[in-house]
Design a protein around this ligand. Structure first.
Ligand code: HBI
Ligand code: FE
Length: 437
């Protein structure tokens, strides 16, 4: 799963505003109201532009940026979906506020001349970043990775299957319509879908006693006893959510597909897991290029009912709120090597706890064979480890225990550059911000 995530991450995290590509009136949100010091300070901003004359427009835009003494920190373009002669561009610039104001004014004027349209801009200010303060605001945190945004990708196993695509569309509608506080809609899974679940369920059933960590096995058994985990039917997200609430206060909300790391991690801060509700294609029961509900239910849910693991998950989420893009990248790498592909030790024996392992037996057997390299989990090191999302991992990180992992993670996070701290208040369900500078 999570294929091509790295490549698509940057585009999607920043091109949120282009969803409908409406040419809305853009207002520069930060007025120059903070005195001469603030005026001199460099600030970053992301501009999203439609280049009506392709590369020609691009060079004109770059010249304007230069004219206002800005520097370009990041630039990417892609052909416009409706008109291939036009380009959509994301340009991150660094410049003073005054210059930025002048630049955006000039770009808006160019818009009227026709060669470029300023679709959106976002002042990336380290001082005042937006992030959700309450779970209800997660209604705004469901941006998809672009790869699967519209229709299924050509290499997707379900690409040529009309019926499958229609099914995916119906289930996607439910997630799009979902709002905080709603009950998670019931999905009537068909026989084929339940059969696919059954195949994966039975392999997990067979492999877990030997290879899964004790926390996973403990909750798995509970889920069986409650009749939620059976080989016959896919559990409903609503019943699973209620189960989790009783054990750790975690709950679920339906997600349309692979979300951006920032949005996905933010929900964890509120002990909410954004879970897909659709099922992988029937022809590839043991593989899915993106998360599906079989992966979420069999891989993630059991451990979210474990108190120590739930705490660790929430702390990754809290660390992500208001973090810089570079830090989000590190946090999602830590997430990758722990929540998705983590191994741990139990009386000297290595076991799996990562969801990507526990819901995919091929990689599970590979991880616990003598082929990959195993290293001790060390956040600072793990966070910068390049990773594989197309083939099995060559390296895995092994935790001593969930508590140890959490302690190490906490120590590492406290050294992050964020100029404030956050705390989750369980009584109000709100994230409180504590200024530390
Ligand atoms: N989105 N729906 C969904 N499910 C995930 O498991 C998921 C995601 N987006 C990103 C992600 N996982 C991770 O790989 C990290 O980048 C946080
Ligand atoms: Fe996952």
């Amino acid at each position: 799963i999570d294929a091509d995530e790295k490549q698509s991450q940057k585009v999607s995290e920043n091109s949120e505003n282009d969803a409908g590509l409406t040419e809305e009136e853009v207002v520069l949100s930060n007025a120059i109201a903070e005195g001469p010091e603030a005026e001199k300070a460099l600030q970053r901003a992301a501009l999203i532009l439609r280049l009506r004359e392709g590369m020609n427009s691009l060079s004109r835009v770059l010249k304007s940026i230069e004219k206002y003494q800005g520097s370009v920190c990041h630039l990417e373009t892609r052909p416009n979906q409706n008109d291939n002669n036009q380009l959509d561009a994301l340009i991150k610039v660094e410049m003073t506020r005054v210059s930025l104001l002048q630049l955006t004014r000039s770009l808006r004027q160019s818009s009227s001349l026709g060669h470029v349209t300023l679709i959106g801009e976002d002042n990336i200010s380290a001082k005042n970043p937006w992030f959700p303060r309450h779970a209800s605001e997660l209604d705004n945190c469901n941006h998809l990775m672009t790869k699967y945004e519209r229709d299924l990708d050509m290499n997707h196993p379900g690409f040529a299957d009309k019926e499958y695509r229609a099914r995916r569309k119906d289930i996607a509608e439910i997630a799009f319509a979902y709002k905080y506080g709603d009950a998670i809609p019931h999905i009537e899974y068909c026989e084929t879908e339940n059969k696919t679940w059954g195949s994966v369920f039975n392999t997990v059933l067979e492999l877990k006693p030997k290879h899964a960590c004790s926390e996973y096995c403990r909750v798995f058994k509970l889920l069986q006893e409650e009749g939620i985990f059976t080989a016959e039917r896919i559990p409903q997200l609503e019943e699973m959510s209620n189960f989790l609430k009783r054990h750790t206060g975690f709950s679920l909300r339906p997600a349309v597909g692979l979300l951006t790391a920032r949005d996905f991690l933010a929900s964890l801060a509120f002990r909410i897991f954004q879970s897909t509700q659709y099922v992988r294609h029937k022809n590839t029961p043991y593989h899915t290029p993106e998360p599906d509900c079989i992966h979420e239910l069999l891989g993630h849910m059991p451990l979210l009912a474990d108190p120590s693991f739930a705490q660790f998950s929430q702390e990754i989420g809290l660390a992500s709120l208001g973090a810089s893009d570079a830090e989000i990248e590190k946090l999602s790498t830590v997430y990758w090597f722990t929540v998705e592909f983590g191994l741990c030790k139990e009386s000297g024996v290595v076991k799996a706890y990562g969801a990507g392992l526990l819901s995919a037996y091929g990689e599970l057997l590979h991880a616990l064979s003598d082929k990959p390299e195993l290293r001790p989990f060390e956040p600072a090191v793990t966070a910068v480890q390049p990773y594989q999302d197309q083939e099995y991992q060559p390296i895995y990180y092994v935790a001593e225990s969930f508590d140890d992992m959490k302690d190490k993670f906490r120590r590492w996070v406290s050294a992050m550059s964020r100029p404030f701290e956050v705390r989750f208040n369980p009584h109000t369900g709100r994230v409180e911000v504590l200024d530390s500078v």
